[in-house]
Design a binder for this molecule. Structure first.
Ligand code: ADP
Ligand code: MG
Length: 392
């Protein structure tokens, strides 16, 4: 045990006795957290990598290209971590079909909810009169995340009023029993104070601490992982580490899921904040580096393909315009192209077939009438890490 991180309180769930954990408020104390040695190196590495990602996003002509796809990548992977069975391709194909949301599968709708929740919360934070980063705002975000789908009975938008547990089939054999419901309000209040209070700790470290504390509190009946990971992205923006949510950190957690859970667990069990922070900072560095490489790679691909499109004798102005829309809409249907280009169906169909001839677009699905086409080379690069794991 490195430090005391809280206390256990005995209580009952049904007929079972459980020990619920009530964490000490942040920051870690007794002893306080010291950022030195290897941890300081990792922090520098993570900060530098984030700085490079920020720079890369400032250098490209349209950050929206990457924002669109990177945010979707994060949404899909964060949802996958706890079992949503939808891939990035499922999401993009669904969005391209232009169907109303209720038509998608429950898994795709869950990812769409995540995107809406993300857009909602960023809009609030970006407006002078919007809600500040607070428990109330997280509740409203949670309401959007859990609407409809499987979340309906999970009290969307509300702090839980009953005891929950993590791992195991019942509270009695759980890996971890979060705080009793009556303690949650105050714990969240303290967390909100930590976010807005003074601290000598570096912002990136604080973001990592907030995540683990949020997961330990586990304030909702479901959706704690997704809201807690979204909170990391919001804090990076709030503390000016990244001006857009371009870091798909969930990919690191997905890759090392067992370690992710183990590290969260040893903060509570052993007070090992340092171990969690090493893992977290390494994740930031690795994913930021990967995102920079992906940005470069995608940009080079688009530039090379643009040259090919423009060189083709059959290319019309409409086809060239459609090509420019592809990074933000890597899957299109004819109907969607009609909409995006504000043109007629024959003109849109012609533009698509030009891009197919050049080898940029590839037919990917749908029946004749609602056939979809994908920017295959672009999608291949984007897709890395977003496929479902086998055997789950
Ligand atoms: N031992 C643990 N201690 C604290 N948090 C944990 C532990 N194990 C897993 N978690 C967190 O709990 C999340 C799952 O909680 P859940 O409410 O089902 O979220 P979601 O439905 O968004 O996946 C995991 O993604 C992880 O962040
Ligand atoms: Mg869940």
């Amino acid at each position: 045990m490195r430090r005391n991180t809280g206390r256990y309180e005995r209580g009952n769930v049904g007929s079972e006795e459980v020990s619920a954990f009530i964490p000490e408020p942040l920051p870690p104390h007794d002893p306080p957290l010291v950022i030195d040695g290897g941890l300081a190196d990792l922090l520098r590495r993570a900060e530098t990598a984030l700085g490079r990602l920020e720079l890369a996003s400032a250098m490209v002509p349209s950050v929206n290209w990457f924002l669109y796809s990177f945010v979707r990548k994060e949404a899909v992977i964060s949802s996958q971590i706890e079992g949503t069975q939808a891939t990035l391709m499922d999401l993009l194909a669904f969005e391209a079909s232009g169907q109303v949301k209720s038509a998608g599968t429950a898994d795709v709708r869950e990812v769409c909810n995540y995107l809406e929740a993300m857009a909602y919360v960023r809009k609030q934070l970006g407006r002078p009169k919007g809600l500040p980063l607070s428990v109330r705002l997280l509740n409203e975000t949670h309401r959007r995340l859990m609407q409809g789908v499987r979340g309906a009975e999970k009290q969307p938008g509300e702090i839980r009023r009953s005891q929950n547990w993590i791992g195991g089939t019942r509270p009695g054999n759980a890996a971890f029993v979060p705080p009793p419901p009556r303690a949650v309000g105050e714990l969240l209040g303290r967390l909100e104070k930590f976010i807005h209070g003074e601290s000598k700790l570096p912002a990136l470290v604080r973001a990592g601490l907030v995540h683990v504390q949020f997961e330990t509190i586990h304030p909702y009946l479901d959706g704690n992982g997704r809201i807690g990971r979204l909170l990391i992205a919001l804090l990076l923006e709030h503390w000016n580490l990244l001006s857009q949510p371009l870091l798909y950190l969930s990919l690191f957690f997905k890759r090392h899921r067992a370690e992710y859970y183990r590290r969260l667990d040893s903060v509570r069990a052993d007070g090992d904040f340092e171990g969690w922070l090493e893992f977290f900072l390494e994740g930031v560095a690795v994913i930021a580096d990967e995102a920079v490489a992906a940005t470069r790679d995608l940009f080079a691909l688009v530039s090379a393909d643009r040259a090919r499109v423009l060189a083709a004798p059959t290319t019309s102005v409409t086809a060239a315009r459609l090509f420019e829309l592809l990074p933000e809409h890597p899957i299109v249907s004819i109907a969607r192209a009609v909409e995006l280009l504000a043109t007629t169906k024959p003109t849109a169909a012609k533009a698509i077939s030009t891009l197919v001839d050049v080898g940029v677009l590839v037919k990917i699905g749908g029946r004749r009438r609602d056939r979809t086409f994908g920017y295959a080379a672009y999608l291949d690069r984007l897709r890395a890490g977003t496929e479902l794991e086998r055997g789950r």
